[in-house]
Design a protein around this ligand. Sequence first.
Ligand SMILES: CC(C)(COP(=O)(O)OP(=O)(O)OC[C@H]1O[C@@H](n2cnc3c(N)ncnc32)[C@H](O)[C@@H]1OP(=O)(O)O)[C@@H](O)C(=O)NCCC(=O)NCCS
Length: 171
Amino acid sequence: MIAAQEIRPIQSYVHLEPTKPTKETRANWLRWITDPDIRKWMSGPLPEHPDQVYRWVEAATTDSRRHYFDIYSDNKTVGFVSLRQDQQPETTGEIGIVIGDKQYQSRGIGTKAIAELLMYAKETVHLSSVRALIKPDNEKSIKLFTKFGFSLTDYVTIDNTRLLKFEKQLV
Ligand SMILES: CC(C)(COP(=O)(O)OP(=O)(O)OC[C@H]1O[C@@H](n2cnc3c(N)ncnc32)[C@H](O)[C@@H]1OP(=O)(O)O)[C@@H](O)C(=O)NCCC(=O)NCCS
């Protein structure tokens, strides 16, 4: 008998492309950000209504300090990964990631996306360190970042939400 893992589709090709303010991006983000299963892991002031989500897309794709990428798998956008460069100092930044199409989670796609983003942060943006703010019960995200060498450095509270601060030096 074939075990379930053996028949699980293998993610052959995952790649990132800069996010563009298209109709498709707006529709995807609205769907992902308003999905309670996704939203519960996000923090900060989250948009709720279509207009707010669309403004988020505009800001993400026009602000030169925000580096957003669509995550492609099976030639389809399944999520996004982001790097928000700080103002002071300019050499640090914060990473965010959402595999919005839930059937694509836990298949190694987040791992591939973070690997590419870290390379981009170091080689292209020339950051010296990056961080991720993660809810304490987000086991998958904690595993994802710690496996890339991120360490827990602090506890922060944003909008009444307690978050773990993980950091990684890139130099
Ligand atoms: C968190 C998230 C980005 C992880 O991406 P992913 O593609 O699902 O994760 P991966 O398949 O690459 O797995 C990463 C690690 O998580 C762990 N993991 C994966 N699925 C898991 C599960 N169902 N339960 C527990 N751990 C799991 C594994 O340790 C894995 O590493 P390994 O394969 O080397 O053992 C993704 O699930 C997601 O978008 N979740 C909702 C939004 C979110 O939480 N964003 C992050 C906010 S900080």
